[in-house]
Design a protein around this ligand. Structure first.
Ligand code: C2E
Ligand code: MG
Ligand code: MG
Length: 764
């Protein structure tokens, strides 16, 4: 109901105090009114007694006077002689002397002297009263006025009549009586005439009279409490004897309680005022007190809400009590929450092994870049092998170190671990070309021997670049990773993501079953690219390259489906077909008098496969084929022992071995030494840079020397210009292959073009 604790406490205390004050006031009032009522009661009873005494005294006075007159000889004689004037004058005389209101005489016959204004009924009543009692006294009603009357007999010596003296009970009379009382009570005499009661007192209203009437008949001890016109009133009714006998007259003393309480009113008012003042003071005090309590609680409440909304707040600790300690605990708790939150956020955004920002952190960084951000993924070449050689922990440390170095090289960008062997770099506002340059700069500064805990590791990076705004199905981070693979396939150290080359991933899902169908339905074919011996100036071999024309997608790049076949386990079927087809095509070439070895690319995954090796050897033996198998280092290293064993078996059965794509990132000298290869094919990336870069020239030259030293022929791949060819020739390169000499083409086209002098002539 109330939002504030301070309001609640204030209202609670104020109402408790109010109730207590009310109870006290009620009690005091009850006690005061009770004591007032009691004192009034006592006063009324005392006054009633006084009145009784006064009444009696008066009655006796009247009676004595009447007796004296009754015994007066002259008077008796006047009565006996019926001397009216004498009687009258005697009565008048006494009346004025005794200040009586009435004084009269009645004979036994009922004759009356000295009474005026009485009705017949009055006279009857008087006569009856006198007749029945020798000394009648009490209230007498004459001419509707009430009197205190006494009678005395006139004896001569026999009873000859009565004297009656009466004093009127009028207002003055009663007021005199009221004046005797200690309290201002109101006195009235009620007399009954027949059934109707009549009051001597005009202050008694008809309504009060009606209320009083039923109580008059009751004989009660002490005053009664009645609700009269002037409020609660204590009423004392004292029966007064009637002249004619019976209880036909009552003295009623009244005293309104309000009057009795009036004396105590200042006290009650003081209590009331004190109570009200107390409530105000208490409300104020409890409000202040509650505020003292609730202020720190409200501050805690506000701080807790702020904390709920993720804001860190500190509550100021002002006291040393429970609330102070609560505030202190709250501050500790909020510190702890902030610390943990920071830790959790750190954990969520960092790689647990290397403590580098993780993929999500890179995503966030990318999300924070408005416009043309780029992502560069740097993947460590031969990471599997490095990890196998130096162990998981060192390899992880290597990645951490790389991440730090890359971050230091590109301070504008954010570097993080994108995958096990890949560091991602998110850089703002760079064009793709600038990003490629950055990738080259980073690679150039990182490539080489790195020391990880004292172990030297030769590291080479391959980079994939993509622009954040490039549309496509993949996220920029995924595109950068794909671009790394595309760079590897293209035998280059960096590449921009090529959506066309990657194709539609959804459609690629069904590609393999379509490829197998293509093998069976002749959709695949082999093209042959000539290899030129630079000394003899003759084509001394051809390389078989697979081609697939898809019924709906058209030509599909071998890189795409060969890689996919390797990953999905379909490479064996493809290579088997290639071998059979190459052997068949060699028959055609031989028939055309062109008998040269055919180089077939052998996927690394198949080199370790003993069954495949046996099958390949049997196929070659059966056809008496002259074959060369081109292998790349990556795959051979998967299971080096099995690979080397099978290579020996190929060599033993007369099949030549060629190391393909040398220099594309996977090469190592120990590998070269171990493999009994006949040929080393220098990767196209070397050859491309040859003419422009003296460092590459030096590398190519020393590689040529190295190969010769190891007893291998050297073939340059991807020769496109005469200048390159001339350089290679100068360096002592044995064989050249490339578009300059001839593009891959179907066997019949190859044979046809070989008959033309043009291609070779161009090469020379
Ligand atoms: P690779 O074995 O290094 O083949 C050489 C690639 O370079 C071929 O691409 C060839 O067309 C291309 N090439 C030759 N001379 C030049 C040149 O002067 N300039 C340029 N820009 N490119 C040149 P292709 O046919 O697209 O094959 C790509 C890769 O696919 C091959 O690289 C090879 O690794 C794989 N591959 C192709 N056919 C087969 C196959 O029958 N079996 C297996 N296992 N792999 C294959
Ligand atoms: Mg090849
Ligand atoms: Mg190659």
């Amino acid at each position: 109901m109330f939002q504030r604790l301070s309001t609640k406490l204030t209202i609670l205390y104020a109402s408790l105090f109010g109730v207590a004050m009310l109870a006290v006031a009620g009690l005091v009032y009850a006690m005061v009114s009770d004591s007032a009522a009691r004192s009034v009661r006592a006063e009324l009873q005392a006054n009633a007694a006084v009145f009784d005494r006064v009444w009696d005294l008066r009655a006796r006075q009247l009676s004595d006077s009447a007796d004296i007159l009754g015994r007066d000889f002259g008077f008796r004689e006047a009565v006996a002689t019926q001397d009216g004037p004498t009687i009258q004058s005697a009565l008048d005389n006494l009346r004025s002397r005794l200040q009586l209101d009435r004084a009269f005489m009645m004979t036994l016959d009922g004759d009356v002297v000295g009474l005026e204004g009485a009705s017949g009924a009055d006279l009857d009543l008087i006569w009856n009263a006198l007749d029945s009692s020798e000394r009648a006294q009490g209230i007498l009603s004459i001419d509707d006025r009430a009197y205190q009357a006494v009678s005395a007999p006139i004896l001569a010596p026999n009873l000859i009549g009565w004297i009656v003296f009466a004093a009127e009970l009028n207002d003055d009379h009663l007021q005199q009586f009221e004046g005797l009382a200690a309290i201002p009570l109101e006195a009235s005499v009620l007399s009954r005439n027949g059934d109707a009661w009549r009051a001597t007192d005009p202050t008694l209203s008809a309504r009060d009279l009606a209320l009083l009437e039923p109580r008059l008949a009751e004989t009660t001890e002490g005053p009664q409490r009645l609700r009269l016109q002037r409020g609660d009133t204590l009423v004392q009714a004292t029966p007064l004897g009637a002249f004619a006998g019976g209880d036909n007259a009552v003295l009623v003393l009244r005293y309104p309680l309000a009057l009795a309480l009036r004396a105590h009113q200042p006290l009650l008012a003081a209590i009331l005022l004190l109570g009200l003042g107390g409530i105000v003071a208490l409300s104020f005090a409890s409000w202040m007190l509650a505020r003292g309590f609730t202020k720190p609680i409200a501050a805690l409440d506000a701080a807790a809400r702020a904390l709920q909304n993720g804001q860190r707040t500190e509550v100021s600790v002002e006291t040393n009590d429970e609330i102070g300690r609560l505030a202190q605990s709250f501050n500790h708790m909020s510190d702890e929450i902030a610390r943990r939150q920071k830790h959790i956020t750190h954990m969520a955004l960092h790689d647990s092994d290397t403590d580098l920002p993780n993929r999500r952190a890179l995503e966030n960084a990318l999300g924070g870049i408005a416009g043309d951000g780029v992502v560069i993924a740097f993947s460590v070449n031969r990471y599997q092998q490095i990890r196998a050689a130096i162990g998981y922990q060192l390899a992880t440390r290597l990645i951490a170190q790389l991440g730090q170095r890359i971050a230091a090289l590109a301070p504008e960008a954010i570097a993080g671990r994108l995958s096990g062997d890949t560091i991602g770099l998110v850089a703002p506002s760079l064009s793709e070309q600038q990003a490629l340059d950055l990738a080259a700069y980073v690679s150039a500064n990182v490539n080489g021997a790195l020391r990880v805990d004292g172990v030297a590791v030769d590291v080479a990076l391959c980079a994939g670049v993509t622009c954040a705004l490039t549309p496509g199905d993949h996220t920029p981070l995924d595109r950068a990773l794909i671009a790394v693979e595309q760079a590897r396939v293209a035998h280059t150290d960096r590449a921009i993501f090529d959506a066309d080359a990657y194709g539609d991933p959804a459609r690629n899902l069904s590609l393999m079953s379509e490829m197998i169908a293509g093998i069976n339905h002749g959709a695949l074919s082999l093209h042959y690219q000539p290899k030129l011996d630079l000394r003899a100036n003759a084509v001394i071999g051809v390389e078989a390259l697979v081609r697939w024309t898809h019924p709906t997608r058209g030509r599909i790049a071998p890189d795409l489906f060969v890689t996919m076949a390797e990953q999905t386990g379909h490479i064996r079927a493809l290579t088997e077909w290639t071998l059979i087809q190459a052997i068949a095509d060699q028959r055609i070439m031989r028939a055309a008098d062109f008998d040269v070895p055919v180089s077939v690319n052998l996927s690394g995954r198949l080199i370790g496969d003993d069954a495949f090796t046996a099958m390949a050897i049997t196929l070659a033996d059966d056809a008496d084929a002259r074959l060369c198998l081109e292998i790349t280092e990556t795959a051979a290293m998967n299971d080096p022992d099995a690979a080397l064993r099978n290579i020996d078996r190929y060599v033993a059965s007369g099949i030549n071995i060629s190391i393909d794509d040398y220099g594309a990132g996977y090469s190592s000298l120990s590998y070269l030494k171990q493999i009994r290869a006949h040929e080393l094919k220098l990767d196209k990336s070397f050859i491309d840079a040859l003419a422009a870069n003296s460092r590459e020239a030096l590398l190519v030259r020393s590689t040529i020397d190295l190969a010769h030293g190891l007893g291998m022929k050297i073939t340059a791949e991807g020769v496109e210009t005469a200048a390159t060819l001339a350089l290679l020739r100068g360096m002592g390169c044995d064989v050249a292959q490339g578009y300059l000499i001839g593009k891959p083409q179907p066997v019949r086209d190859l044979l046809h073009s070989l008959r033309q002098p043009t291609p070779i002539a161009r090469a020379l």
